[in-house]
Design a protein around this ligand. Structure first.
Ligand code: PLP
Ligand code: COI
Length: 339
């Protein structure tokens, strides 16, 4: 077996042994199938290619302190995929089949689950696409679910270390009544230019304001936002952001830590008042924010003056990682152990 440098993995694609697939035809889902091929044989008029009938998920498996493999909040991802499918008129993948497919793909690629203490994890990427041919703008009548895995390191530079972010005002990622609440490929296509702009300027990632009023902070291109002040965890309530499972978990953990939790619109000026801030997501975990620059307004909101993550960010991070690695009791029932 090739040697993997677990400690220096980036967030990228690496070929693993198998992926799991399931096709929808004649109004029903078939059996799960396993393949070692990385390729698809796809009709050129498939709706995923023309009309964006594509949704995906992202979840992780971890090698715990006891050597067991743990998958984090798998049912939440199953439900969000269903919601995304509903949102763009694709056949919904049954929750039980999702669970079965995820367990199967992790088990079959067990040798790619990074060791405990490597800091790396196995990223699980389910996707669902319209494969049926259409030329008029209509939903397909055939679909394909695929799930592959790849070992990954941190999404943002340094993992749990502070980075600068930037508000990009002349791009919107999604509209208030659009597809931002779904995890569909089109949202990410819409973010590529703004993301490149942010990277070219030396930032980790772009932040979007609400598309309608440009008054409130929405989220980053690949993570939700939270701010902390007065022992309160505050995160945006918006109709155009992805309902992050990490954020939902952090709200629970913040309450467990005796913090108050507020989910509400966050006016941009309020950034000034936060003691700490972070970007959160499956890939990002918690990425503490050093500062957010609002270049068009010539403003800089600084959350870490010494370049270190804040105390509450660190507490939340340790709780979350502790549960994922089996070091902390899973008292909310978030973990599926791969037997
Ligand atoms: N927001 C966006 C736009 C994302 O792509 C992601 C990543 O999945 C998140 C937030 C975080 O969501 P989750 O915590 O469910 O991974
Ligand atoms: C995730 O956090 O799982 C994501 O999907 C973010 C990004 C890689 C799209």
């Amino acid at each position: 077996m090739e040697k993997i440098d677990w400690k220096n993995l980036s967030f990228g694609y690496m070929k693993t042994d198998y992926n799991v697939r399931c096709a929808y035809k004649d109004g029903k889902w078939g059996e799960l199938e396993t393949t070692d091929s990385e390729f698809l044989n796809l009709h050129m008029a498939a709706t995923c290619l023309h009309y964006g009938q594509e949704a995906f998920e992202g979840l992780k498996a971890f090698r715990g302190v006891d050597g067991k493999i743990r998958i984090f909040r798998l049912d939440e991802n199953a439900h969000r995929l269903s919601s995304s499918c509903h949102g763009i008129m694709m056949a919904e993948f049954p929750i039980e089949k999702f669970r079965e497919a995820i367990l199967k793909v992790v088990k079959m690629n067990e040798r790619f689950v990074p060791p405990y203490e490597s800091g790396a994890s196995l990223y699980i990427r389910p996707l669902l696409i319209g494969t049926g041919a259409q030329v008029g703008v209509h939903p397909a009548n055939e679909y394909l679910f695929i799930v592959f895995v790849t070992p990954v390191g941190p999404y943002f530079k340094g993992g749990f270390s502070t980075n600068p972010y930037v508000i990009i005002r002349n791009f919107d990622r999604s509209a208030p009544l659009g597809t931002g609440i779904y995890k569909v490929g089109g949202n990410y296509a819409a973010s590529l230019l703004a993301n490149k702009k942010a990277h070219d300027l030396g930032y980790s990632c772009e932040f979007y304001l609400d598309a309608k009023e440009k008054k409130y902070i929405d989220e980053a291109g690949a993570a939700n936002f939270f701010g902390i002040k007065n022992n309160t965890y505050i995160t945006p309530l918006s109709t155009s952001i992805l309902p992050s499972i990490t954020n939902k978990s952090l709200m629970t953990l913040a309450e467990d830590l005796g913090m108050k939790v507020e989910r509400r619109a966050i006016p941009i000026e309020e950034l000034e008042t936060f003691e700490e801030a972070g970007a959160c997501g499956t890939a990002a975990v918690i990425s503490p924010i050093e500062r957010i620059d609002d270049l068009d307004e010539n403003k800089s909101y600084v959350f870490s003056k010494d370049g270190k993550p804040g105390v509450m960010c660190e507490k939340l991070y340790n709780k979350l990682r502790g549960i994922q690695l089996g070091e902390e009791e899973d008292k909310h029932g978030w973990i599926t152990i791969v037997e």
